[in-house]
Design a protein around this ligand. Sequence first.
Ligand code: NAI
Length: 316
Amino acid sequence: MEPSQVTIIGSGLIGRSWAMVFAAGGFKVKLYDIAQQQLTSALENIRKQMKELEESGFLKGTLSAEQQLALISICTDLKAAVEGATFIQECTPENLELKKKIFGQLDLIVGNTVILSSSTSCLLPSKLFTGLKHVKQCIVSHPVNPPYFVPLVEIVPHPETDPSTIESTYALMKKIGQSPVKLNRETEGFVLNRLQYAVISEAWRLVGEGVISPTDLDLVMSDGLGMRYAFIGPLETMHLNAEGISNYCERYREGMRLVLNTFGPVPEFSGEIEQKINQAMSEKIPVVPKVLDARRKRRDEYLTGLAKLKKQMKSD
Ligand code: NAI
């Protein structure tokens, strides 16, 4: 049987990673971009990554790198790119007007069954999809960078998205080995970034108030909280740190409220504190493309190792 086809619109960082995830899942992938050069470099980059992953034993899926590469083709004609697709994942730059224009174009050429999905990090579905003829088929599937190594996908519907679009997207994400979560309604920042920004802002305040150094602040997460969060979330942590949630609230409710009431206002993320944090981070990791790339590669190795460990431990 011919494998189902997905189309990726935009072949940058995220588009490439999605292409690899879908190919690993056995899907035919058409990569579309307005820039031919981007497509050529995307294919080269995907080939290099897949070969390296295969050599190190970390290639996803049951197909070889060559078999997965054979599933991916490139295209600069939008109509030809979406023809035959059951799922379209948009990965163009984070710009509302640009994305609206692209979804407007897609709306004119797609049929009534294909799912139109956006990778947007923070544009709300009501901003992106309102007024489209195919709004029932539209959804946000927000990945985490890099999607090949971090499986979470936030599925965020427009108020008019059909429930079957949500269910099919959820099932598809599961099928390709990602870890989807459903938001019942849109909210600024979705869920991942709301949690992330809560952490970042308190980190910023603590460093800004001179309570801790930037590098030690990072250690609190990487050698402390983050150790358990890779396996269990904050709510389960509460549950296990006492005799269940109710017992935790009974014991710690007052203390938590006392601490939370001392939290400061939303930081400006500029000025002296920015300089202080930038200096500390740049001493550790100079802002030079080669150094940053090497550190990103190391991050991906850590994530690969963690993914392997999670699989071994059958984390749920
Ligand atoms: P990028 O800048 O690396 O890639 C964007 C690609 O879109 C480029 O190849 C560009 O040539 C292409 N493009 C521009 N206009 C186009 C058009 N009209 N039609 C088709 N292709 C077009 O961007 P990146 O980082 O891959 O981000 C893509 C989306 O994914 C954004 O919405 C971003 O918010 C989201 N995202 C990004 C994450 C990240 O960490 N980079 C994480 C999660 C989501």
